[in-house]
Ligand binder design. Structure first.
Ligand code: UD1
Length: 428
């Protein structure tokens, strides 16, 4: 198992290309199950999660081919062609689903296209229980019969296929909105999703579905209307830039007092992040190439609560906390999306951070210095928070279980090296 060795204290400077968004790419790939014609996706990040989704789709009958090494002239990303002439297997097996929770995104497409699906329950997750009840309730509203059997969700569409309906989500859910959007695109009649999630990744998925022939209104709002069509066709789509990766590198610049240009960052999808970072004293400017971020004049404490989009993303909470560990005063960071997403707190404390957790809120009292230490995290974004702390800490930080980072950050150490960080990946 690889680990990342970071010698802290270097100011990062230079330009870093932002990869395609993992959380947009996964549902986009799943959408290829809806059509028998090819879907060409550009700017897909090279990540373990993308490979896992490709494995799963392949199991269902999708031919996945890579077209050339890169898709955007930066040396990062690639172009993938996905074509599913027929669904050959409607079961998403435990063996693949357990590797990645987002596998649940095949449920809606399989059900809509093949009329039946059997998907392993994703099970508990390190950042809370993460149920799928909203996905199931929504699909049931479209007429699906749902049963749970031996750890699997069994879903069956009514005779004649799914039918449009009004679905009110009890809670804002990115994945449930995506599953419903895909399923409703091939349902008979009109579907309205109320209290839909508004994340830019959902808009990206919706645009791709529209390019495939779907009829969708209201993307990016909490009310999405879908008029079902009988067939979806071929499309070519460019995956949006990863706003979480971009935000993570923005914090890398800020925490080291450096200056970094985030090539291809899409500022419009990052407003809440930009607002919080500016409140923390980080300078951010929109430039033709993307965003230019610089730190250096001290870090101010902030009060921040994670929220569904357009609020501050939960996927940036650990990275923001790392920055606040070195702020000039006390910050309060509240995690309002997941109930157990503070696993990085104890690890940061081992590096000298002063953090107290009470329920969903963490009070982070800034310290003058962090000290390098061996650390370990149990999820992707928490690991990034620790790596960021390591970039600013005195001495050596070893981030163990690098596979978490490989799920979501394309060639992390290579990008950090380009920016002048002292990092190395070693086999542990
Ligand atoms: C997606 C992102 C993940 C991000 C999260 C919140 C992907 C692949 N993953 O995950 O990186 O952290 O959005 O922005 O895009 N919930 C239920 N029942 C459900 C579904 C969700 O109670 O059926 C709850 C969850 O436990 C959580 C909240 O709703 O508390 C939001 O979860 P959701 O938006 O569904 O997250 P994901 O789609 O799993």
């Amino acid at each position: 198992m690889d680990k990342l060795i970071i010698r802290g204290g270097r100011r990062l400077s230079g330009k870093v290309p932002v990869s395609g968004a993992k959380n947009a790419a996964l549902p986009l790939m799943a959408a290829s199950l809806l059509a028998d014609a090819p879907l060409r996706l550009r700017n897909l990040p090279r990540l373990v999660d993308i490979a896992t989704m490709a494995d799963l789709l392949n199991h269902h009958g999708t031919a996945v081919t890579l077209e050339g090494a890169t898709g955007n002239g930066t040396g990062f990303g690639r172009v993938m062609r996905l074509e599913t002439p027929a669904i050959v297997d409607t079961t998403a097996p435990y063996d693949i689903v357990r590797r990645m929770r987002a596998s649940i995104l095949v449920l809606g497409p399989l059900l809509a296209r093949a009329g039946t699906a059997r998907v392993s329950l994703p099970g508990g997750c390190a950042i809370g229980t993460r149920p799928i009840d909203l996905h199931l309730k929504g699909l049931a509203a479209l007429g699906a019969e749902i049963a749970l059997e031996e750890g699997y969700v069994l879903a069956r569409a009514p005779r004649g296929g799914l039918r449009g309906a009004r679905v009110v989500l009890d809670k804002v859910s990115v994945g449930a909105t995506e599953n419903l959007l895909m399923a409703a695109s091939l349902a008979r009649g009109e579907t309205v999703i109320e209290n839909a999630a508004r994340e830019p990744e959902i808009v990206d998925l919706g645009r791709c579905l529209v390019a495939m022939g779907a009829r969708i209104e209201g993307l990016g709002t909490s009310r999405i209307e879908i008029a079902g069509v009988t067939r979806l066709g071929a499309a070519d789509h460019r995956t949006m830039a990863d706003r979480i990766e971009a935000g993570s590198y923005a914090i890398a610049a800020a925490i080291t007092g450096g200056r970094v240009t985030l090539l291809g960052a899409e500022a419009a999808a990052m407003e809440a992040q930009i607002e919080i970072l500016r409140a923390a004293g980080v300078k951010i400017a929109t430039v033709p190439e993307g965003l230019e971020v610089s730190g250096g004049d001290g870090i101010r404490p902030v009060t921040c609560t994670t929220q569904p989009y357009p609020g501050f993303p939960t996927d940036m909470q650990a990275q923001l906390m790392a920055l606040m560990c070195l702020a000039d005063g006390a910050s309060v960071i509240t995690e309002a999306i997941f109930e157990n997403r503070f696993m990085h707190v104890l690890e940061l404390a081992r590096m000298g951070a002063d953090i107290t957790v009470a329920g969903a809120s963490a009070t982070v009292r800034g310290v003058a210095r962090l000290a390098g230490a061996p650390v370990m995290a149990t999820d992707l974004r928490a690991s990034m928070g620790l790596a960021l702390a390591g970039l600013a800490a005195d001495g050596v930080t070893e981030v163990h279980r690098l596979y978490h980072l490989d799920r979501g950050y394309e060639r992390l150490e290579e990008k950090l090296l380009r920016l002048g960080a002292d990092v190395a990946r070693v086999a542990a």
